[in-house]
Design a protein around this ligand. Structure first.
Ligand code: ARG
Length: 578
């Protein structure tokens, strides 16, 4: 209830001063009440006890009494166990609600205008996307939506691994399969198997290894036939990635792809710039940089390898070129990388190097947005039924299939096409919500039953609350009356509670944006849905007097709109029927 802090501190300041408590930073002493049944805000009075030589209870009582007159129409102050508690009045809540309803983005201010690059998804060519890529794709996409909603200019970048030494063995594997009469599209129909076989030939066959090495050289020198093969690998992999993206319904498009190959031609200039600044040193033939105090396992200084002894470049070099490209060509202010926790040190070192080298200036921010692992029900790595790695496309298909069974169960007469579309919204929404709902740095257990349940903290629960609202409004037969300007009186506790949750929506979006934490929105939407549930249980909407009916319908509509927008920020569909 952050909007309440200002009017309350205007009253609280002078009251405290009169009591002999001047010079308190009001913003820092007023906080949300931990027990919401006591109030919206709370000020612990224990801190004043020593100064006034009175008990916290006596101080809270005195302050409450002095404040109440002036707070009329805004809030009520009470004293509970040494806390001064403030509870907003329905009239004040109602006025705020009207303001929010009139606001074009429901109270969320578009007040950040930076240019932000979000690096996300970023799978590797000719390799199966793993669940880490799923997390990066889902979290990154939500961050893009949230940051855009706040007014930023957001540039999406899919930093695919499409260059480097593995391509020697991958191209040779493709050649071998084709000479066995296997079409490239079949060869790459299962990227996991393709990559594994290429790797095993590379590890076990000296001749193959030699061919792979030569192939890398040919690739680096732009040999035409090799480039054509490379392109084939990229295109075939993308037909798979695109299928996954399409099913997920993410914002990423072909235009957002900027893989490692794009930076290849920029790498010599990275070395040159570092060298000109005297930042490179030689370590066993390699050109390296020491951007900080990192040490290896033996406790020796850990270098960032810029160019290997054989002249090849590194992942880090490519990321430095990428930083230059983003700040200097794209004019980015903030760089965000949604990549698994295991790359933490890589990004720390690359960011530090870029600062020292002057690729990142004071005005720039660079943030690694890490995330935890997806675990199977046994607490180990998530595996497919056959025990192998999970194929993302299969996983998403299964989600839709499971959701489809639930939709048919609930609506036996529904048109098959509609079932298909709703099942997709529910199945994918369930996967996304379960991925987004917890603090992203934590690991989570992938659990079909839980995520697809219509009860609890799940995507379907939120979607269902939204669909239910749409159906109430449709049943009313006079959705048009909602156009009327409104005065919310919020006569019952349930209405006031729902109003409070709606009013807190902008704050949760702001926090999600500043902490790059979509789960803040997930949690909040869940609270809104719960508040709506108890409102709807206790407050008849359509069978009451006119003015109350309009007010309640409008409360429904507002809840529905906020749920819809909130789900959109998470990249989750909000079907109007389920
Ligand atoms: N392709 C990498 C991987 O799968 C992720 C790339 C992340 N982005 C970056 N700029 N390094 O691990």
């Amino acid at each position: 209830m952050r909007d309440l802090i200002k009017p309350v501190s205007e009253v609280l300041g002078p009251v405290l001063a009169k009591m002999g408590l001047a010079d308190f930073d009001l913003e820092s002493i007023i906080g949300p009440a931990t027990d919401r049944s006591h109030g919206d805000l709370a000020i612990p009075c224990h801190q004043f006890s020593r100064i006034l030589k009175k008990s916290p209870v006596a101080i809270a009582e005195e302050a409450a009494e002095k404040m109440n007159d002036q707070l009329k129409g805004i809030a009520k102050a009470t004293s509970v166990a040494g806390f001064l508690n403030i509870t907003a009045e329905s009239r004040w809540l109602g006025d705020r609600l009207s303001e929010l309803a009139e606001h074009p983005t429901y109270g969320v201010e578009k007040n950040t205008t930076r240019t932000v690059v979000v690096d996300y998804s970023s799978p590797n060519i000719a390799k199966e996307m793993h669940v880490g890529h799923l997390r990066s794709t889902v979290i990154g996409d939500s961050l893009v939506r949230i940051l855009e909603f706040k007014g930023n200019t957001v540039i999406r970048e899919n930093h695919v691994g499409d260059w480097g030494t593995p391509f020697g063995m991958l191209i040779e594997r493709l050649e071998d399969l084709e000479s066995e009469g296997i079409q490239p599209s079949d060869a790459l129909s299962d990227l996991g198997i393709f990559y594994r076989d290429a790797r095993s030939s590379f590890d076990s066959d000296e001749k193959f290894r030699e061919r792979a090495r030569k192939r890398v050289v040919a690739l680096q020198s732009g040999d035409e036939a090799t480039m054509a093969r490379w392109k084939q690998l990229v295109d075939l992999s993308f037909s798979y990635f695109d299928e996954v993206y399409d099913m997920l319904g993410v914002l990423l498009t072909k235009d957002d792809v900027r893989g490692e190959s794009y930076y290849d031609s920029l790498l010599p200039s990275v070395v040159e710039r570092l060298d000109d600044s005297g930042l490179l040193s030689n370590n066993l033939g390699a050109e390296v940089m020491y951007p900080g105090d990192w040490v290896n396992r033996e406790g020796n200084p850990l270098p960032l390898i810029i160019r290997k002894g054989d002249g090849g470049y590194n992942y880090a070099t490519s990321d430095l070129a990428c930083i230059i490209d983003r700040t200097e060509r794209l004019g980015a202010d903030d760089l965000i990388y949604v990549v698994g926790t295991e790359q933490k040190q890589h990004f720390q070192m690359v960011f530090a190097a870029a600062r020292i080298a002057g690729f990142l200036h004071e005005k720039h921010t660079s943030t690694h947005v890490p995330f935890g692992l997806v675990l199977g029900s046994d607490g180990g790595k998530l595996k497919s039924r056959s025990g192998g790695a999970v194929r993302l496309l299969d996983l998403l298909k299964e989600a839709i299939q499971r959701a489809s069974a639930a939709v048919i169960n609930r609506n036996p007469d529904m048109d098959p096409l509609e079932i298909q579309s709703i099942a997709k919204s529910i199945g994918i929404g369930a996967v996304k919500y379960s991925d987004l709902k917890a603090d992203r740095t934590k690991d989570y257990i992938f659990d079909w039953e839980k995520m697809l349940s219509f009860e609890g903290e799940t995507g379907p629960y939120l979607q269902y609350a939204h669909a239910r609202i749409r159906s109430i409004l449709a049943r009313s037969g006079d959705e048009a009356s909602l156009e009327k300007p409104l005065n919310y009186t919020l006569p019952s506790n349930e209405e006031a509670r729902l109003a409070r949750e709606i009013l807190a929506f902008p704050e949760s979006v702001d926090i999600a944006a500043s902490e790059l934490a979509p789960h803040r929105i997930c949690k909040h939407l869940h609270r809104i849905s719960q508040a709506f549930g108890s409102f709807y249980e206790h407050c008849p909407v359509l069978m009451v007097d006119d003015s109350l009916r309009i007010e309640r319908m409008s409360l429904c509509a507002l809840t529905g709109d906020i749920l819809q927008i909130g789900l959109e920020l998470l990249g989750i569909d909000a079907p109007s029927r389920m």
